[in-house]
Write a protein that binds this ligand. Structure first.
Ligand SMILES: [Zn+2]
Length: 470
């Protein structure tokens, strides 16, 4: 790219003045001096002290100078519907649609575009929006070698080290069109030494990592909605894994009779302890008593609610947890057991305000070898139809490798949504949703077959909260 004489002078002046630890303002608050647009130039304006983009698809790059290692800071504010981005130094080609390089997404609620603000686009998705339309938020990006860290309002969302170092060049802002406007202000850069050490190890590229990347690029919400902080797994460790593996998490607390949380007060305390963290906050409803233990208000604090069909009372009055062989005893009549299981599972889907059916179609150990025979097409159809009718997503459960392929295919054909879910017992078995990622390929699942809280239909507590304790 050819620089004008003025830009060359600007570049020389900037390098002469700026020591390695000084902040360089990129925007003077009054006009677009130092910036050049590719695409619809009219989309960009300086107005009221901020830099506005509205309407057209356009990239505005900072021509003043190039950066290698640096910290970039800005504030941004979105109107509903707009998606925008910040390109990290990349080779800008005149006339090209956009630069080749990394993009930090700005998207606080665009419909069906799941990678929210702070995502390293198509590489590391952020799914729970860390900012909201209409409010200013602060975006910080630190680039050192092949490592990039992204923070929104001080919270670390992305910490990614690429196996190959990226191209270096110019910083750019992008407007991707859409209905509203996006504003930027306080744009500034602080160069870091060329030899500044990258803080992390390069991302590992195995089959699962490749599947996660493909799903991320394909607009799947790559979120493990069923993670537990158990056996000493801390939130900090879970979030570090989330950044390492490129998977979002929903952290769930078990709520119900004899479980860690037994009332509204406990539910509120858990929610409070997780507030503002870059993960979803989930309620795992336990047993069938939970609806009489929690109010709609307390349940509504959570991003979503899920339950399984593993705790119920049979037709002879025996309450059992079906994963505990001692409580199940010997099943004398598997057909009768299956009939009851299907009745209970559909009953839960019909009558409980839940968003996700987890550990779906689980059968006790002693029946597992006959899973495919016992889950007849008719039984599968009853459960799948109840899930679809009641807008309950079905978990692709990593711990039990459930449900089986026939169930997944039937659920897809019926129009059900799916989620990834591990149901880990501690730090050692918090996987990477391998089973669900495999089901995408095996059953031909698409991005819009996947659940996102509140995106396809209102949350369960909104639709059916009247079933809960008053
Ligand atoms: Zn669980």
């Amino acid at each position: 790219m050819q620089l004008s004489r003025r830009e060359v002078f600007g570049l020389l002046a900037a390098s002469a003045v700026a020591a390695a630890d000084e902040w360089i303002p990129l925007f003077n608050g009054t006009d677009l001096t130092g910036w050049r647009a590719n695409g619809d130039r009219a989309a960009w304006k300086a107005r009221g002290g901020s830099l506005w983009a509205e309407g057209g698809r356009s990239v505005l790059h900072y021509a003043g100078r190039e950066f290698h290692n640096f910290e970039l800071e800005m504030e941004a504010r979105t109107q509903p519907g707009v998606t925008a981005g910040v390109y990290l130094p990349a080779a800008i080609q005149e006339g090209a649609a956009g630069p080749a390089g990394w993009e930090i997404a700005i998207n606080n609620g665009a419909r069906h575009v799941w990678q929210r603000t702070g995502s390293l686009k198509d590489v590391r998705g952020v799914y729970k929006p860390p900012a909201a339309d209409g409010s200013w938020f602060r975006l910080n990006v630190t680039a050192r070698g092949a490592n990039v860290q992204v923070r929104v309002d001080g919270t670390l969302l992305v910490d990614y080290t690429d196996p190959a170092p990226p191209a270096r060049g110019r910083i750019a802002l992008a407007c991707h069109g859409g209905k509203g406007a996006v504003e930027f202000r306080g744009l500034r850069v602080r160069p870091l030494p060329d030899d500044a050490a990258a803080p992390g190890e390069p991302a590992v590229m195995d089959d699962t990592a490749r599947r996660i990347l493909a799903a991320t690029r394909g607009n799947f919400p790559v979120v493990d909605y069923h993670a537990h902080l158990k056996l000493g797994l801390t939130l900090e460790q879970a979030l570090a894994r989330s950044r390492r593996d490129g998977l979002g998490y929903g952290i769930a607390v078990n709520c119900g009779k004899t479980f860690p949380v037994e009332n509204d007060e406990g539910a509120r305390a858990f929610h409070e302890s997780m507030k503002g963290q870059p993960c979803y906050i989930a309620m795992q409803a336990e047993g069938r008593e939970w609806m009489q233990m929690f109010t709609r208000k307390a349940v509504g604090l959570f991003d979503y609610v899920f339950t399984d069909s593993m705790t119920w009372t049979d037709n002879h009055g025996k309450r059992m947890r079906t994963w505990m062989p001692a409580e199940v005893g010997t099943i004398a009549d598997p057909e009768e057991f299956m009939q009851t299981l299907v009745d209970r599972a559909t009953g839960i889907l019909e009558h409980e305000p839940i968003d996700i059916y987890v550990n779906p179609t689980f059968v006790p150990d002693q029946l597992q070898k006959d899973y495919d025979r016992l889950w007849t097409d008719a039984r599968i159809r009853r459960v799948v139809e109840a899930a679809r009718r009641n807008q309950v997503a079905i978990e692709l459960n990593d711990r039990y490798k459930l449900p089986g392929v026939r169930v997944v295919k039937a659920a897809k054909a019926a129009g059900c949504k799916f989620t990834f879910g591990t149901n880990n017992t501690g730090p050692a078995d918090l996987g990477r949703s391998e089973y669900g990622l495999r089901m995408i390929e095996e059953c031909g699942l698409k991005w819009d077959d996947f659940f996102v809280p509140g995106a396809w239909w209102p949350k369960a507590y909104e639709r059916r909260g009247d079933l809960l304790k008053a």
